[in-house]
Design a binder for this molecule. Structure first.
Ligand code: DCT
Ligand code: MG
Length: 506
């Protein structure tokens, strides 16, 4: 890990020449007027600090020996973000706290380049956020306050602990492929805790007070801190079973059961399966193979918005007061996704019922549907919410492979069988249609993330004696369903502070 390694660019001098900071400052031309550096002496030592300060000045950087208001960049060595904050807290004489808190690796790269290099997340010990707020909380107490439930933590998109969370998610996925649900859950919960942190884990001490990180998780984190990788994760990703399951489940319409069957039959590649005359594929799988390349490539936010705008216009012409919302990952602020999730309702009772079939007919007539599968509603209003955290909802929905024409949706006349000279892309789109009364619950459920939803349901059950799913919230103490017309209403029923969709990226 960069954070732990001593920089190799700058050698340690045994006896650096001690210099008066202000004197040497005057001797060199200031090339970079917008930034003022401050090197933290803690764990760096006075002599090394002096040497580095002098070097920076020679390179045209402004550098302060004291922490003054003019400082824009604080650089620390072998310190974690919380440790720097702790030190800053002890020096609270400075009111202005709008600086970057960076690892020495950024400084050494600047010295090597001879100019201030772009700050990347790997350089940041603390992400620039409301620094004064973090400043008021001691690092250890802020750790203790991390809730075990994602619905009580803010989890923005930027994940500064990705090196660990990626490892946990691979291990979770592997457990899912092996049918080990409990361990899968543990890895996902641990990953979600780390995703919510606003500082990178740099030492094992940074884990103090964090929930859901058992010994198994800590061993993995320690190994990554030491080696930058984890042997167990590498074994998984190179393993036959994981590779095959990843491949098979990437086909539209193929789940764990089918993957298990194919794996047991000895298949390892898509070609072996696709060309096997003995196999009977579902219609969904056939289209999954046909559009495999497109479907497994990412959808950009602009592509998602293009489809959403196009579909919404059609629906609003049919039912002017319909409510059409882009949900899923894109609503949480993601720039890329694997599908486009659209949720539809209408305040006029039962008016939503005609929307799906009419919209599909229009899209089909325009040649924009490559495949679709409608699941009719099996929703019963009086039914209690499901106890299973991963239960699917009963709303009417449609799984579509949409033909997104690259010059703009619907801009040209599209005929079938245009597989060559392709000016379009097959995109997975899901429509969900809900009665107005259940819309807020469905929107909350479909906004995700999946882990956020799981924790929300777990919180409702364990902490509130309530049952939550995509259809509603049932208060077991009062024996009533709680009405909600906005997501804010639901958070309020649960006694939770409202979290915006972009803070639900657990
Ligand atoms: N969801 C649900 N019921 C389903 C499928 C999904 O309640 N049958 C919820 C969980 C998350 C959300 O809807 C969106 O699901 P995905 O599209 O799978 O995830 P995403 O967060 O949108 O991410 P991606 O970019 O991979 O689509
Ligand atoms: Mg999605």
């Amino acid at each position: 890990m960069d954070l732990l390694r001593r920089p190799t660019v700058l050698p340690l001098r045994k006896k650096p020449k001690m210099m008066d900071a202000s004197f040497s400052f005057c001797n060199y031309e200031i090339k970079f007027k917008e930034i003022v550096l401050f090197l933290l002496e803690r764990k760096m030592g006075a002599s090394r600090r002096n040497f580095l300060m002098n070097l920076a000045r020679k390179r045209g950087f402004q550098i302060e020996s004291e922490l003054r208001d003019s400082v824009t960049h604080i650089v620390a060595e072998n310190n974690s973000g919380p440790e720097v904050l702790e030190w800053l807290q002890s020096k609270q004489q400075s009111k202005k706290m709008e600086f970057e808190i960076l690892d020495i690796s950024w400084f050494t790269e600047c010295m090597g380049a001879g100019f201030p290099v772009e700050i990347q997340s790997r350089h940041q010990l603390m992400v620039q956020q409301d620094c004064s707020a973090s400043f008021n909380t001691s690092p250890s107490s802020s750790c203790v306050q991390v809730s075990q439930y994602a619905c009580q933590r803010r989890t923005p998109l930027q994940d500064i602990n990705q090196i660990f969370t990626d490892a946990f998610e691979i291990l979770a996925e592997n457990c899912e492929f092996l049918g080990n649900k409990e361990l899968c859950k543990s890895f996902l919960r641990a990953s979600a805790v780390l995703k919510s942190l606003r500082f990178p884990i740099a030492t094992m001490k940074d884990l103090d007070g964090l929930p859901l990180l058992g010994n198994e998780m800590k061993t993995i984190i320690e190994e990554i801190l030491e080696d930058g990788k984890c042997a167990r994760v590498l074994d998984v990703i190179n393993g036959e079973r994981y590779k095959s399951f990843k491949l098979f489940t990437s086909i539209f319409g193929v789940g764990l059961k089918t993957s298990e069957k194919w794996f047991r039959m000895g298949f390892r590649t898509l070609e072996e399966i696709k060309n096997n005359p003995e196999f009977k594929f579902t219609k969904m799988q056939k289209y999954g193979f046909l559009h495999y390349e497109d479907i497994t490539s990412y959808i950009s936010k602009s592509e998602a918005l293009e489809i959403y705008d196009f579909v919404r216009d059609i629906i609003l012409k049919l039912v002017p007061d319909a409510v059409v919302t882009l949900t899923g990952g894109f609503r949480r602020g993601k720039e890329r996704g694997h599908d486009v999730d659209i949720i539809i309702t209408c305040p006029r009772k039962e008016k939503e019922k005609s929307i799906l079939h009419n919209t599909i007919t229009i899209l089909k007539n325009q040649g924009l549907i490559l495949f679709y599968d409608i699941n009719e509603s099996t929703f019963v209003e009086t039914k209690l919410p499901s106890k299973k955290v991963d239960a699917l909802d009963h709303f009417q929905k449609c799984f579509i492979i949409f033909k997104l024409v690259k010059e703009g949706v619907g801009a040209t006349n599209i005929k079938d069988n245009e597989m060559e000279s392709k000016n379009w892309k097959a995109v997975r789109v899901d429509f969900v249609i809900t009665p107005y009364k259940q819309y807020a619950y469905a929107l909350l459920g479909w906004t995700g993330s999946r882990q956020f939803e799981r924790d929300l349901r777990r919180y409702a059950t364990n902490e509130k004696k309530m049952m939550l799913d995509n259809h509603g919230l049932f208060d077991k103490t009062k024996n009533v369903f709680l009405d909600a017309y906005t997501e804010e209403d639901i958070f309020e029923h649960l006694g939770l502070e409202y979290l915006e969709p972009w803070d639900r990226n657990a």
